[in-house]
Design a protein around this ligand. Structure first.
Ligand code: PAN
Ligand code: ZN
Length: 190
């Protein structure tokens, strides 16, 4: 049987502008400040904050089993506004386990930066704003930073066999951080 046959019976609806997915197949997760310890550079600032604060939420659907070659996953991410010290709320960030797998991000509301890092740690950013579309080429670690005062919402589409390598980011970080300086975001080499 085709690995895609089951998808015909899935029933997922989206509210595009709200980033909400509905249906039995929809999965969701959230990441709190406590779960992100070690990712922000100012550990003291983090200590003085409520560790149950939700930094971002993700909803997604996996119409084929994780690891299936040729399928696609679809989801939304909403990052709350906020900072840990001078560092904006952001996603954990990851490489794909299968390094050559790419991804699309498309921003709906809010503003921020997509931080991209290749395997030589060369790091660059792309501005995210309502309507911005981002092709993340294979081999690039990706993280989104909310530099605004509203939630930052984007949709994403990624290959079902991409997988997520969080450990490399946890241990080595990105080659740059986006920090609040002189009233706005500045990209600082790390
Ligand atoms: C996205 C991300 C999502 C959350 O769906 O998984 O924005 O970011 P982290 O996975 O870094 O916590 C994606 O890039 N999928 O591959
Ligand atoms: Zn990804």
């Amino acid at each position: 049987m085709s690995p895609y046959a089951e998808f015909a019976s899935q029933d997922v609806q989206v509210e595009w502008l709200a980033g909400i997915m509905r249906g039995a197949a929809v999965q969701q997760s959230k990441k709190t400040l406590g779960e992100m310890a070690g990712l922000f550079h100012d550990a003291n600032a983090l200590c003085s904050m409520d560790e149950s604060t939700v930094v971002y939420r993700v909803q997604w659907t996996e119409p084929v089993p994780l690891g299936t070659e040729g399928g696609l996953f679809w989801g939304s991410t909403t990052i709350a506004p906020g900072r840990v010290g001078d560092e904006y709320f952001m996603t954990h960030g990851h490489y794909h386990l299968k390094r050559d797998r790419g991804e699309y991000y498309g921003a709906i509301s809010g503003k921020g930066m997509l931080v991209l890092m290749d395997e030589d740690r060369a790091t660059r950013t792309e501005a995210m704003f309502p309507g911005s579309l981002h092709f993340i080429a294979g081999g690039n670690a990706h993280r989104v930073v909310n530099t605004g005062e509203e939630p930052l919402l984007f949709w994403a589409c990624w290959p079902s066999d991409a997988g997520h390598d969080y450990a490399s980011i946890k241990t080595q970080g990105f080659g740059a951080r986006v920090l609040h300086r002189h009233g706005g975001p500045v990209v600082i080499p790390a």
